[in-house]
Design a protein around this ligand. Structure first.
Ligand SMILES: [Zn+2]
Length: 196
């Protein structure tokens, strides 16, 4: 099935806190690998489509509303290497460790693309399944990484934080729940204050 047909037939759109609040806030359910792979193949196409369109650094099924399932199913499109993206089915944390880091993040499902300061861990190990139903483990970041108290503005280059952002989505959690609203102007203002 072509992406244009999928988008037309299943009421597909980006789910936000405004248009599909419950969808964004719902804990996604596990996918039955024996009977539900047809759903995953469609979702994979949709997530790739929106990632390319909006240059998202990751996509979870909670970001994408459709009328094929009652609630979101547990899948996310994440960077496997710096350039290659892959859909991971039923992902789970095996490890999430290291000293907390303050990252600045925005989200396609949260109003006006506001920025939030969110605490992330520097090391993450997850398991899940590929579209070929192969069980895999993926490791990101470093346990020793210490950014101190500084804010990390370009968090999208760090795959370990993208993974945590998308894993949060699958439990119905957004940066609005876990973060503090951040205003770039305040950063500029603080810099000016330092100089006068
Ligand atoms: Zn998001």
């Amino acid at each position: 099935m072509k992406i244009s047909e999928i988008l037309e037939n299943y009421s597909v759109e980006i789910a936000t806190l405004e248009n599909h609040y419950d969808w964004v806030k719902t804990n996604a359910r596990d996918i039955d690998l024996e009977t539900e792979m047809h759903l995953v193949f469609k979702l994979d196409k949709i997530m790739h489509y929106f990632r390319d369109l909006y240059k998202f650094s990751g996509v979870s099924s909670n970001n994408i509303y459709w009328n094929l399932t009652e609630i979101p199913i547990r899948a996310m499109l994440i960077p496997i290497t710096q350039r290659r993206y892959q859909t991971i089915i039923n992902p789970k944390y095996l490890e999430l460790t290291g000293k907390e880091i303050n990252t600045v993040e925005a989200c396609g499902s949260v109003s006006d693309h506001k920025n939030y300061v969110v605490k992330r861990r520097p090391y993450v190990l997850i398991s899940g399944y590929t579209l070929g139903k192969k069980h895999i483990e993926l490791e990101y970041g470093s346990k020793d990484y210490d950014a101190g108290e500084y804010l990390i503005l370009f968090s999208y280059h760090h795959r370990e934080w993208i993974i945590q952002h998308e894993m949060d989505h699958l439990t119905g959690t957004t940066i609005e729940d876990t973060g503090i609203l951040f205003n770039f102007n305040s950063l500029i203002y603080d810099k000016i204050k330092d100089k006068v």
